[in-house]
Every structure is written in C-alpha cells, then in structure tokens.
Design a protein around this ligand. Structure first.
Ligand SMILES: [Zn+2]
Length: 446
C-alpha cells in the first residue's frame, strides 16, 4: 500500500475539499442520479410525474426540495413488485452483486441492493472511517458485528482493504470473544455500545482487567445511540482505557454513512455520497443547518437503488461549520429515532436524554428500562434502574435523586423511579438492548 501512514486523511483531496467545490460535485452527481432513477426505476417515474417534477428541474442543490419524499414504507410497498427487488431498483438483477436486509424490527425486512461499483464505493467509505479514527495497517482489528444479512457485516472488508489484520469475530459468545481479545491482543474492536459496556464488565468478573490485560486502544460503536451520549461514551472509555468512536449507518445505504473524528463533536457524513436535509417531523418543511428535525438523505452515487429524499426516521441536526480535524464534510448529530420519541406534558422526550442522566450517576449500574404508559388519559414514563451492591444509600433516596436529575435535564419528572438490586434488570443483551417498553393504547405518536 502506497498510502503514507502519517497522513491523517484516507483521501485528503476529498475529505478537505472546500465546501463550494464539494457542493459542485454533489450537484453534478445529483443531476445524474435523479435522471437515472427517473429513467430506470418505475416508482420514481410514477411519483415524479404525479408530483409534476422532472430531473431537469434540478439546477441547484436546493431544487431537490421540489421532489417527493420516500420512506421505509415506500421500500416495503415497492419491494417484490414487478421483480424480486421491486420498483425502486434501477438496474437489472444481473448487475446486483450483494444485498443486505434490514432486521425487520418494524415490519417486513427490506432488501438493500448494491452493484459492484456501489459495493466498492461502500467499502472505500468504510476504509475512510477506519482511517479517520486512526486505524493503520499495523492494527489488529476484531469486527464483532453480525454477519448474517446485516449491512454492517461487510464493513470488515474496508478494514482489510486498509491493510489491518482483521479478525471476523461476528457475534461470538462473550467467553470466546474475551479469549480472542486476550490471546491475539487486538487493538481495535467494533461492537454495539451496550455490548462494549457489558463485555468490559464480564471481563472484570472473570478477573480480566480490560485496561491492563487487554490491548484494545479504540472501540467503534454503532447501532444504538450510546456512542454519541457523552456520559455513556466516557463510562465505556473508563472501563476499557480506550477511545470510543461513534459510527452511524443505515441498512438502506452503507454500514457506516458517518463517523466521529478525534474531535468527537458529531459524526462526519460522507457528503460525496449523501445529500443531507433536515425537515420538520410534522410538516416536512425543510429546516436550516443547526435546526433539529428528521434527517432526510438522498444517495448521490448508488445506482442499484437510488434513494431520493429518504426520510430516515432519525432525529438530529447537521453542522456544516469547519471541524477542528480539517475535514469539510458536515457533521450530523443524531439524538434519537422518531419512533422512540414520546411526548409528556408537551415535552418531546428521547430515551437518549434519559440514558445520559442514568449513566452520569455514581452508585447505580447504568442499566435502565423505560416504560411509557397512560394514566388518566395522559402519557407518563417511568424508569427502572439498578443500585450497585456496594451503594449504602436507601432505594428511596436513590430514586428521589434520579427523579430530580431527570426533571432537571428533560423538563418533566418521571411518574416513578423503581430501584432494583444489581443484576436484576433483564436489559443486558449481546446485541441491541431493549430498553423501552411502550404500553400505550391510545395513539400519542407523532
Ligand atoms: Zn472532524
């Protein structure tokens, strides 16, 4: 590999491109992909015609706002119509070399197809993120993500292409994974934030101190919000003596579409691949950079299934101001899933805000379960936590303190805080943890 390992950028010209130039490049790709989608994907032809818009209407980036949205439901409804891959797909099946599928946690699993070029560009983007967090060819890397169907599995190829020694860990049981971490002394691992935390705790219980007995210097986390919650990130960093970096991906696009740099102030998004908009969750009105709303992505270069104005269901904001690291691509700050948000006394509550409070507390384990329910026809929430075995405080005083802290951060008090003994909450899982139970019967959703 001819790349200079001292260069902090994987692709300096692309990553530090002046924004005016980057936007020029985005515009050229946008024009091309919108035309391609219209010409080859039956759904887009129909929906653009119905909306009275045509690809030649795009003269500048903001002209994308004239085009209709799509979302997960569009993917599901068009899948299998006319062909296996369906009406959003713009290439014949013989040009498709890879498909991932979503977990189907919110309905029918959706297929995400890639052409050979889509897949190569996906992997180059992954190499770029790995390089950005400091991975170099002399690193040993454990990819501890699910390989079955999941778009995050093949990200490991990005690390291999970079030249790192890669161990395809997948979803090994913790005992085996700890054995590998101890025996091979890898320097970087990628897993979910809740699992990073649990694995560290499990190691300690087995007499392995992650800080002394293991060699992990960097932990990549994704799939849950923890990596972008400062208190959670710090708790994992302290446990492992390692730096934690948050990555953000979508099964519909890439395993990771955005990643933290050393500044850890939001996640740089690959703007050469994705045109980002933020819109009002109710009205769909386009918001300004810095304003919080639903993230809407248009893929600029994926030809198998172009996504034009895809509503991600993720709530966040974009920051296009210069980053300390010198990269010019904007940074997204994701604060939660639209589906997980609930409204209590007219206040929007995100589970991530609750987590941030819980993880800052000493004397409790950091595990939590949120219940959302109705009482007297209004929405309430309660939080269940675990008191550490060595905490001498009474359950009542712990509950009162946590309740006050939640009120201070979120603006509305929980209906109750229930304190369990250490280890009693059934929220520890090897992958994504289930931490919110919605018991509402009336529809309060947005
Ligand atoms: Zn940066």
């Amino acid at each position: 590999m001819s790349r200079n390992i001292l260069n902090k950028y994987w692709n300096e010209e692309l990553e530090t491109m002046p924004r005016a130039e980057l936007e020029k490049k985005q515009l050229a790709d946008l024009k091309e992909i919108v035309q391609f989608a219209y010409d080859h994907a039956p759904y887009y032809k129909r929906s653009f015609d119905a909306a009275g818009v045509k690809p030649s209407d795009i003269k500048e980036l903001s002209d994308i706002q004239k085009f209709p949205f799509i979302d997960k439901k569009t993917e599901r409804d068009t899948q299998g119509v006319g062909s296996l891959l369906g009406e959003l797909v713009a290439v014949p099946e013989e040009d498709v070399v890879f498909v991932s599928t979503s977990t189907g946690s919110t309905g029918v699993p959706t297929i995400s197809p890639f052409t050979k070029q889509d897949f190569e560009e996906f992997q180059d983007t992954e190499s770029r993120w790995f390089w950005q967090i400091g991975m170099r060819p002399n690193d040993r890397y454990v990819h501890a993500l699910n390989f079955s169907l999941y778009v995050g599995g093949p990200d490991v190829i990005g690390a291999q292409n970079l030249g790192a020694l890669c161990i395809w860990g997948g979803t090994l049981p913790s005992e085996r994974l700890l054995f590998i971490l101890k025996t091979y002394q890898p320097t970087i691992i990628w897993t979910s934030p809740s699992y990073a935390w649990q694995l560290g705790e499990k190691a300690l219980k087995k007499g392995i101190d992650p800080k002394k007995d293991l060699n992990i210097k960097k932990i990549i986390v994704a799939g849950e919000l923890g990596g972008s919650i400062g208190a959670t990130r710090k708790a994992i960093e302290d446990l492992w003596g390692a730096e934690v970096y948050d990555f953000y991906g979508l099964s519909d696009i890439f395993g990771a579409c955005a990643a933290m740099c050393e500044a850890k102030d939001g996640l740089h998004i690959a703007e050469n691949h994705i045109l980002v908009e933020t819109v009002d969750i109710h009205t769909g009105e386009v918001l300004k950079p810095g304003e919080t709303g639903e993230l809407v992505f248009t893929t600029l270069r994926k030809h198998a299934r172009p996504l034009i104005r895809f509503r991600t269901g993720d709530i966040g904001w974009i920051d296009n101001t210069p980053c300390k690291c010198g990269r010019t691509h904007g940074r997204i700050h994701v604060i939660g899933r639209k589906d997980d948000m609930f409204i209590v006394s007219a206040v929007n509550v995100f589970p991530s805000d609750i987590e941030a409070v819980i993880r800052e507390f000493k004397g409790i384990t950091g595990e939590y379960l949120i219940r959302v329910f109705e009482k007297d026809f209004t929405c309430k929430y309660s939080v269940e936590i675990e008191k550490k075995a060595d905490n001498p405080a009474t359950d009542e005083s712990v509950a009162a303190e946590v309740s006050t802290a939640l009120k201070a951060r979120i603006g509305v008090k929980p209906y109750e805080v229930i304190v369990h003994p250490d280890g009693d909450l059934n929220t520890r899982s090897e992958h994504k943890s289930r931490r919110i139970i919605d018991e509402r019967k009336l529809n309060y959703n947005i």
